[in-house]
Write a protein of this length. Structure first.
Ligand SMILES: Nc1ncnc2c1ncn2[C@@H]1O[C@H](COP(=O)(O)OP(=O)(O)O)[C@@H](O)[C@H]1O
Ligand SMILES: [Mg+2]
Length: 107
């Protein structure tokens, strides 16, 4: 799971401008752990949100901004979370920011 947190937090830093804000929250909802990682960075368009968990996918904005990264991170993150019987979802708006929500069974 440490791979999951490293990847998501690294993305938040990479896609958020200097002095941006990143918020990490953990709470219990019944028998689930809910983890959200939010940033106020460049955001992801609605079309791109459908594809970011695919291998090698990088949004156009991300290609322009930084050459680093293979576009593999989120596909691996999703695989790891599914192995733990959890889910990951994204909510984002261009130029506003992005929130990833992970739900994991506590048992
Ligand atoms: N926090 C974020 N803010 C904006 N875009 C993001 C964020 N996290 C992921 N993305 C988008 O999803 C794409 C895929 O992410 P990832 O698989 O980690 O690849 P990489 O980091 O190598 O580009 C990124 O290239 C970027 O377009
Ligand atoms: Mg990444």
């Amino acid at each position: 799971m440490s791979h999951v947190w490293t990847n998501l937090i690294h993305n938040s830093i990479k896609f958020t401008r200097h002095r941006g804000k990143i918020t990490i929250r953990l709470q219990q909802i019944d028998d689930l752990a809910s983890i959200t990682i939010s940033d106020n960075g460049i955001g992801i368009s609605e079309t791109d949100q459908f594809h970011i968990f695919e291998r090698f996918y990088k949004a156009d904005l991300a290609r322009e901004r930084t050459k680093s990264g293979s576009g593999l991170g989120l596909s691996i993150v999703k695989k790891i979370i599914e192995m733990h019987e959890g889910t990951i979802s994204v909510k984002s708006e261009l130029d506003k920011g992005t929130t990833f929500t992970i739900l994991l069974p506590i048992s």
